[in-house]
Design a protein around this ligand. Structure first.
Ligand code: ADP
Ligand code: MG
Length: 717
């Protein structure tokens, strides 16, 4: 009976079973562990195996005479030869190893195995004919292969006529096993075409896509005459077909989740002219910039609709996103709902809390603060205030999305620095609505506003973030002077310290960021403490504070407080100040070992200054010699302060995979398509997705089932 695409995986047919003989008992005893291992690779259904495509290939289709292979040695190329074993011994000099010599008419070759089993010794007994594959080098014993792939063969055994696939694997699964399992699935699983002819011949005609099944067969078993380069760089038409189908699944799925969201209900929150919003705006000490006014209007319009807002607010560091979030919260509160604001670090969340409660409590809005570091009693109180609906605005860290936190009627969920959260976390906050009192309609989901200073490059916006509406603040508040960035060799540290002194003498404040030491948090802490001591000693007339991740939250808050109030002139800090900290009087930023930081991080750090009217300076201290990419990063920082330009170059230097970060791409849907090289395919996929959704619903279903299985929800954040 042929398997269907959604059956669970069964054991691959072993050669014995394939030829009709009963399977040996030992083979049938293990299927569950093998299935579990395959599941670790995400291979649960036969169709998953069929879509598990090779990383690369080995060419085992030809044999070389040993003599010739030896003459070609040293080029770093793999060779495949065959010969009879003429000697086989375990030697102990220079160390214990198995040394096997094979020969054909043209020469002799030594095979060396440093770790080996007894069974290998027997497998390569004298007189056996071996087919071996590996790289030949000149060694201790003359021409040799170390740890070659070895297989006993009968003389004149046929060579494979296809390239041998090498699959992504995991511990406990051999290539041979995967090849058998995949080969079996490929022959048993029907893979009917999911792209309707009118789509293939219509919008996709130019692509000349080959049929999927042909592409799969070719990629699993390419004939040797196929261009190895096109297979390797995945530009081969068979690869294009696969990548297209994958992108299509993603585009369809994005559109569907967008449509599903539009179907959902959210509280409509029409803006009132006589409410909190108006009083808040009147009380603000500054006027909104044009860009802020525009995005406030966009958000307000979304929140008026009875469907959930799903909007990303993008604005460079310092562009004034917080006030926009506060205005959105006012609109929700005016309409009788609660708002929540979640930030990725406690320092940032607390700063939001202070600022927003200072703005809103005088207007009679109860604001609650919820963070992991709160004492049990305080935490319980905050949770109770959220649950009863007494607190109209709840601000906090990840603590907001923990079990046991419920809202009476959450109408707006704001996530600051959204790229620092995982998909699941963002979903969780939205899921907190209306679990409390019956006053909240259970079928309603809150509006969602995400904020980020890290702009999303176009290709990512078209794929991962296609289901987001985007508002951009493209203007900084007035009166800011641009930040001047200088690169300073570490050797000139004394001059830097002098500069700090000078800035403080003029009444300005200074951040001094300690080096990032990724390998060791303890070492990083130690460095921060030492840096602080050095600065205290070098600047006896200044007050120097230290803030780092290990500090208890209350102390952290006290130090930040002192710095905000100008009781400290210099703040020595680890990267805990990376996001969001806002002290306008600080105008000098020193970053030590700037070469160790990523571009996005440097941009965030630098954004801590340039927030007031004084000219701000950022000194990037580096230790020579610089690696080429570090040089490129630092040059970018010196040349531009534009977050969009920095993100563009960052993408260029790192590629989209890393840009997205493990948290977002870990379960990501694109295994084959590469957003850099395959961006051109995305537009075709968009067009095909629209057409299929409009006219071919059945094809949509089978395509999604094939490609996504159960992973669809990762798109919906
Ligand atoms: P970010 O977009 O990086 O989150 P913030 O919201 O922290 O920026 O704003 C940076 C600083 O600019 C804050 O001190 C804020 O009060 C101030 N600010 C925001 N909007 C304006 C404005 N329209 N005019 C003057 N200052 C503003
Ligand atoms: Mg901010």
């Amino acid at each position: 009976m042929p398997g269907t695409a959604t059956d669970p995986i069964d054991e691959p047919a072993s050669p014995a079973r394939a030829s009709g003989k009963p399977a040996p008992a030992a083979k049938t005893a293990k299927p569950s562990t093998a299935a579990a291992r395959l599941a670790r690779l995400g291979l649960r259904r036969p169709v998953d195996l069929v879509l598990h495509l090779p990383l690369r290939y080995e060419d085992e289709t030809t044999l070389e005479p040993i003599g010739e292979a030896i003459r070609r040695a040293g080029l770093g190329l793999a060779a495949q030869v065959e010969g009879d074993v003429i000697s086989n011994e375990v030697t102990f000099r220079p160390r214990r190893q198995l040394v096997v010599k094979i020969a054909d008419e043209t020469g002799e070759l030594t095979l060396r195995f440093l770790n080996f089993y007894g069974s290998q010794t027997r497998q390569m007994a004298e007189g056996t004919r071996l087919r071996v594959r590996g790289e030949i080098r000149g060694g201790f014993f003359g021409a040799e292969m170390v740890h070659p792939t070895v297989r006993p063969v009968v003389a004149d055994e046929a060579l494979p006529d296809r390239l041998t696939p090498v699959y992504p694997a995991t511990a406990g699964i051999s290539q041979a096993y995967l090849r058998r399992a995949i080969g079996g699935a490929l022959s048993r699983t029907p893979m009917p075409e999911t792209l309707p002819q009118p789509v293939l011949r219509g919008p996709l005609a130019q692509l000349k896509l080959p049929p999927l099944i042909d592409s799969l067969r070719l990629l699993h078993n390419p004939p040797p005459q196929e261009s190895e380069a096109a297979l390797a760089d995945r530009s081969h038409p068979a690869w294009v077909r696969i990548k297209f189908d994958e992108l299509l699944a993603q585009q369809i799925s994005l559109r569907r989740s967008q449509a599903a969201r539009r179907e959902k209900n959210a509280p409509s929150m029409p803006r009132r002219d006589d409410g909190l919003l108006t009083r808040f705006l009147a009380a603000l000490p500054f006027r909104l910039t044009g860009a802020q006014q525009r995005v406030v209007e966009e958000i307000a319009a979304d929140m008026t609709r009875p469907h959930p807002m799903h909007r990303l607010l993008q604005g460079d560091v310092g562009s004034g996103k917080t006030i926009v979030a506060a205005l959105a919260a006012c609109q929700a509160i005016d309409a009788g709902y609660q708002a929540a604001l979640m930030a990725p670090t406690e320092i940032l969340a607390e700063q939001h809390y202070r600022k927003l409660s200072a703005w809103l409590e005088p207007l009679g809005v109860p604001v609650a603060w919820l963070a992991g570091s709160l004492k049990t009693k305080a935490k319980r109180e905050a949770v109770a205030r959220a649950e009863s609906g007494e607190a109209k605005l709840v601000i906090g860290t990840h603590a907001l999305i923990q079990d046991g936190v419920r809202f009476a009627n959450l109408g707006l969920a704001v996530v600051d620095e959204q790229h620092r959260f995982g998909v699941a976390q963002r979903l969780a906050l939205r899921g907190k609505a209306g679990e409390g009192e019956p006053s909240a309609a259970p079928d309603k989901v809150p509006h969602q506003l995400m904020m980020s200073a890290t702009p999303i490059p176009r290709t990512l916006a078209m794929t991962y973030y296609a289901d987001l509406d985007v508002s951009v603040i493209d203007e900084l508040p007035p009166g800011r002077t641009p930040i001047v960035t200088r690169l300073v060799n570490d050797a000139r540290r004394d001059e830097v310290i002098e500069r700090v002194h000078h800035a403080a003498a003029e009444g300005r404040q200074v951040y001094w960021v300690c080096p990032l030491i990724e390998e060791s948090e303890a070492l990083q802490l130690q460095t921060a403490v030492e840096t602080c001591e050095t600065l205290v000693a070098a600047l006896p007339d200044l007050r120097v504070g230290l803030v780092h991740g290990r500090l208890p939250p209350a102390e952290k808050a006290a130090v930040m407080d002192d710095f905000s109030a100008n009781r400290l002139q210099v703040l020595v800090a680890t990267t805990v100040i990376e996001v969001g900290v806002d002290v306008p009087n600080a105008s000098l930023m020193v970053i030590e070992h700037a070469e160790r930081f990523g571009l996005a991080q440097l941009h965030q750090l630098r954004g801590r200054v340039g927030r007031g009217s004084a000219e701000s300076v950022c000194l990037l201290m580096y230790q020579a010699p610089l690696s080429p990419t570090a040089r490129e990063r630092l040059a970018t920082m010196r040349e531009t302060t534009d977050g969009f330009e920095i993100a563009r170059r960052d993408l260029q230097i790192r590629g989209p995979g890393e840009f997205l970060g493990a948290r977002q791409s870990g379960e990501a849907m694109l295994r084959f398509a590469d957003l850099e090289t395959d961006a051109w395919l995305v537009e075709y996929a968009q067009e095909a997705a629209e057409l299929m959704l409009a006219r071919f619903p059945e094809a949509v279903e089978s395509h999604l089932t094939r490609w996504l299985g159960g992973r669809e929800h990762f798109l919906k954040a």
